[in-house]
Ligand binder design. Sequence first.
Ligand SMILES: Cc1cc2nc3c(=O)[nH]c(=O)nc-3n(C[C@H](O)[C@H](O)[C@H](O)COP(=O)(O)OP(=O)(O)OC[C@H]3O[C@@H](n4cnc5c(N)ncnc54)[C@H](O)[C@@H]3O)c2cc1C
Ligand SMILES: *[C@@H]1O[C@H](CO)[C@@H](O)[C@H](O)[C@H]1NC(C)=O
Ligand SMILES: *[C@@H]1O[C@H](CO)[C@@H](O)[C@H](O)[C@H]1NC(C)=O
Ligand SMILES: *[C@@H]1O[C@H](CO)[C@@H](O)[C@H](O)[C@H]1NC(C)=O
Ligand SMILES: *[C@@H]1O[C@H](CO)[C@@H](O)[C@H](O)[C@H]1NC(C)=O
Ligand SMILES: *[C@@H]1O[C@H](CO)[C@@H](O)[C@H](O)[C@H]1NC(C)=O
Ligand SMILES: *[C@@H]1O[C@H](CO)[C@@H](O)[C@H](O)[C@H]1NC(C)=O
Length: 488
Amino acid sequence: MLLQYTTVILSIWCLLSGALSGDTDHSLDACSQIIQITSSSTKVYYPGNPSYIKAISHWANGTSTQLSKCVVEPTTAVDVGKILKLLGSNRTPFAVKGGGHGTNPGFSSTPGVHISMRSFSSVTYKKSSQTVDIGAGLLWDDVYAALHPHGVNVAGARALGVGVSGFLLGGGYSWLSNQYGLSIDTIVAYELVLPTGQVIQASKLSHPDLFFALKGGYNNFGIVTGFTMQAFHQPQVWGGTIIIDGANEPIVATAVENFSNNVKDTKAGINTLYNFSNGSISIVQIIFYNGPLPPAGIFDELLAIPSLSKNIKTSSFQAFMQAGGILETDSRALFHTVSPLKFSQTLLEVVRNETLFWGTYLASKSGTFVSYAIEPFDAKIYTHNKTATAYPADRSTPFYPYIIWFSWTDPSFDQEFYTAARESSDRIRDAAFSDGQIDILDAPLYPNIALFDTPLEKMYGINVPRLHRIKTAVDPMNVMGLAGGFKL
Ligand SMILES: Cc1cc2nc3c(=O)[nH]c(=O)nc-3n(C[C@H](O)[C@H](O)[C@H](O)COP(=O)(O)OP(=O)(O)OC[C@H]3O[C@@H](n4cnc5c(N)ncnc54)[C@H](O)[C@@H]3O)c2cc1C
Ligand SMILES: *[C@@H]1O[C@H](CO)[C@@H](O)[C@H](O)[C@H]1NC(C)=O
Ligand SMILES: *[C@@H]1O[C@H](CO)[C@@H](O)[C@H](O)[C@H]1NC(C)=O
Ligand SMILES: *[C@@H]1O[C@H](CO)[C@@H](O)[C@H](O)[C@H]1NC(C)=O
Ligand SMILES: *[C@@H]1O[C@H](CO)[C@@H](O)[C@H](O)[C@H]1NC(C)=O
Ligand SMILES: *[C@@H]1O[C@H](CO)[C@@H](O)[C@H](O)[C@H]1NC(C)=O
Ligand SMILES: *[C@@H]1O[C@H](CO)[C@@H](O)[C@H](O)[C@H]1NC(C)=O
C-alpha cells in the first residue's frame, strides 16, 4: 500500500518536474542516460552549443527543423544500438538525420532526441570487389571527392549538398542511372542497427527481406550506419548548364521531347528546370554525357537553342558536379511529384503554364521560387537489376520522377503552398492522362520527393503488405514509429 502511494507520488512529481522543464516526454532524462551507457567518443550536445545548431539544421531550415532537447552524435554502430534500445524502452520521440535535405516537416527532426549520423564519415574503396563502403553521415560531395583519385564512382545524387543516407533509403536517381539503374539497385549491403539494438550486415543472402525493404523503405526498420555500393569506372565526362530565356520554351519543349523519345545512348542524360523567380520564367538545361565527348548529333538540337549562357565542357565528374553549384533555398520549401511516362510538347506546355501560374500566384504569398524539373531517363532504367526493391513495386512500365519545388518565407502561408503543390501535381497528372498516358494513374510516386501525406500505396504499390510484415517482424514494439517519416 505504502509502496503504491510512493510510486504514485513519485510519478506525479516526475510528471510535474517534466512539465515545468518542458520535458513531458522525458527526453532530457534520455539525453543524460545516453551519456552514461555509450562509449566516451559518443557525444551529447545541448542548445547553445554550435554543434547542436549544426546538427539540427536542414537545407529548408524553416520547414524541416525543430528544436530538440539534445543532439546525440554516436560514433559506433554498437552505441547506436544502445541508444535505440533506450529510446524504445522509454518511448522517447527521436529523429535521425542524414544530410538534412528532406523537405517534409518532422521527417528528420524532433522535439525529443536528435540523432546525428555525422561521425559515420568514412569512404573506403575496395578494389578487389569493386565496391565502396560509405558512412551514413556523408554528403555526396564528400563521396565524389574521395573516389575521384581512384578513377571510380558510385550512383549518387545529381546535385551537391544532398545526404547519402536519406537519398539511398528513398531510391536514388543519378547521372549514372541510365547505365546502371537506380542507386538502390547498386547497393550490395547495409550495416543496419535494428530497433532491438542488434547490429547486422544486411545483404541479399544474409537478410533478403530487409535487403528488399531498405531499398526505398526509409527509417522503418532501424538506423543504417553504412552502405556498400557497386563501384564503376569513371571516365572524364562532357556536359554542363545552358540558361535559356522562358520566351524560347517552345523550342526547348520540341528538343526535350525529341531527346527523350529518340536518344537510346545510356551514357547520355538531361535535366530541364522551368524556373520562376522575380516575375519571369527561365529555363536551366543541364546536359551530361558519361564520356569525354558525346557521339555526333544527340545533343545538337538542345545546343542550338538560343541561350543566355552556355557552359559545356569536358571535365572530371567531380568538376562537372561542382560547376552545377549548390542549390540553395529560402527557409521554407516543399517538394512534390508526379510520374509521367513521357514528356510530350503538349505536356510541357502545361508545365510551362503551371510554372507561370503558380509562380505569379504564390509570389503574393511570400513565394520566392517555383521550379518544375523534368527528368527524362532512359526507358530501360528499371531493367538493369532484377532484384526486387520496396520502391518501385512495378518495373514493367517506364515512368519518370518529376519535381515540383516551391520556396517561400512566411509560415502563415504554409497550408496554401501544400494545397498548391497537390493541385498542381493533380493537373499535370490529368493533363498527361488526357494526352494519352493512361497508365500514369498507376505509376509509382518517388518517395524521396513525395509530399508528407502521400499514401504508402501510391509509392510502394503491391509491396505494402510485405513491407508491413517485415516491419512487424523486426520492430514489434514500433520503436521506429517514434521517429517521423513515411510510416508503415
Ligand atoms: C537540392 C536537392 C537535390 C536533390 N537531388 C536529387 C537527385 O539528384 N536525385 C534524387 O533521387 N533525389 C534528389 N533529391 C531528393 C533527395 O534524395 C531527398 O531529399 C533525400 O531524402 C535527402 O536525403 P538526406 O539524407 O539529405 O535527408 P534527411 O532529411 O536527413 O533524411 C531523409 C529521411 O531519411 C531518414 N534517414 C536519414 N538517415 C538515415 C539513417 N542513417 N538511417 C535511417 N533513416 C535515415 C530520415 O529519418 C528522414 O526520414 C534532392 C533534394 C534536394 C533538396
Ligand atoms: C535552423 O533553425 C533552427 C531553429 O529555428 C535555428 O536555431 C538555427 O539557427 C537555424 N540554422 C540555420 C543554419 O539557420
Ligand atoms: C543487382 O544487385 C545485386 C545486389 O542486390 C548485385 O549483387 C548484382 O550484382 C546486381 N546486378 C547487376 C546486373 O548489376
Ligand atoms: C529580383 O529583382 C530584384 C529587384 O529588381 C533584385 O534586387 C533581385 O536581386 C532579383 N532576384 C533574383 C533572384 O534575381
Ligand atoms: C533559376 O534561374 C536563374 C537564371 O535565370 C538561375 O540564376 C538560378 O540559379 C536558377 N535557380 C535554380 C535553383 O536553378
Ligand atoms: C531528333 O533527335 C534525333 C536523335 O537524336 C536526331 O537525329 C534528330 O536530328 C532530331 N530532330 C531534330 C529536328 O533536330
Ligand atoms: C493555366 O493554368 C491555370 C491553373 O492551372 C489554369 O486555370 C488555366 O486554364 C491554364 N491555362 C492554359 C492556357 O492552359
